[in-house]
Design a protein around this ligand. Structure first.
Ligand SMILES: Cc1cc2nc3c(=O)[nH]c(=O)nc-3n(C[C@H](O)[C@H](O)[C@H](O)COP(=O)(O)O)c2cc1C
Length: 210
């Protein structure tokens, strides 16, 4: 079995990388393999498997960010749009966007099967979806890509459903943008320390025999 050190190192290295390029150090086939690994191995409550992933690569990824621009433009003050457009073009400069959805059907089914836990299933589905996001974010960075997490839902939802034939009832939760790491991008991020609040205010251990 691979050392847990590799896993912990990958967790440590994961950051929000915003300066991306469209050239990644792995093939699209490898990205697909990692997406399949995600769908097969990320856990869900009662094994409900409610997360859905739509992987947009190359021109399809670029199309997503063009659509985002189109839907946002009429919704914001004209003078603010150039700044937003610049930001969205930064995402478009990457190689791919991963859309994380939740299918409400498995959740509803569990709610009717297990009435006692009914109120918990939606929250658990969201937690499982977040695990899926974290899996791909960390795995892609471990492969030498850079990634950041965005939330342009729900403004893009209906256009995306039409464009990529996504069922209307699926709920878009997040978008993970990834690409090659532009020169200096990681160094810029590493200047921001991750640890902002004292560890002893956030971690409480009882009964350790260390
Ligand atoms: C649930 C969640 C939602 C986030 N949403 C956004 C977002 O909408 N836009 C963004 O740029 N970053 C977003 N982030 C990234 C965080 O701002 C970032 O992870 C945090 O500041 C720590 O920085 P790091 O990712 O470099 O370690 C999100 C992160 C999490 C976990």
């Amino acid at each position: 079995m691979a050392s847990s050190r590799d896993f912990l190192k990958a967790v440590e290295n994961r950051r929000s990388i915003y300066q991306l390029t469209n050239k990644i150090p792995i093939s699209d086939a490898r990205v697909e393999e990692i997406a399949k690994h995600n769908i097969l191995h990320v856990p869900s409550s009662f094994n409900s498997q409610s997360t859905r992933i739509v992987l947009l690569l190359n021109e399809e990824h670029e199309k997503f960010w063009e659509i985002t621009k189109e839907v946002l433009k009429p919704q914001m003050p004209e003078e603010q749009f150039p700044q937003t457009e610049k930001k969205l073009d930064g995402f478009k400069a990457g190689h791919g966007t991963i859309l994380f959805y939740e299918d409400p059907n498995p959740v509803k089914k569990l709610q009717s099967q297990f009435a006692l836990y009914a109120q918990h299933f939606p929250g658990w589905a969201t937690q499982s979806n977040a695990m899926a996001q974290y899996h791909l974010w960390t795995a892609l960075e471990a492969e030498g890509c850079g990634a950041n997490l965005q939330h342009y839902n729900p403004v893009v939802d209906s256009r995306v459903c039409t464009e990529w034939n996504v069922p209307q009832e699926w709920e878009l939760k997040a978008q993970l943008v990834f690409g090659g790491v532009a020169e200096g991008a990681r160094e810029a991020v590493e200047k921001n320390p991750k640890q902002q609040q004292p560890l002893e205010e956030r971690l409480f251990i009882h009964g350790s025999k260390a």
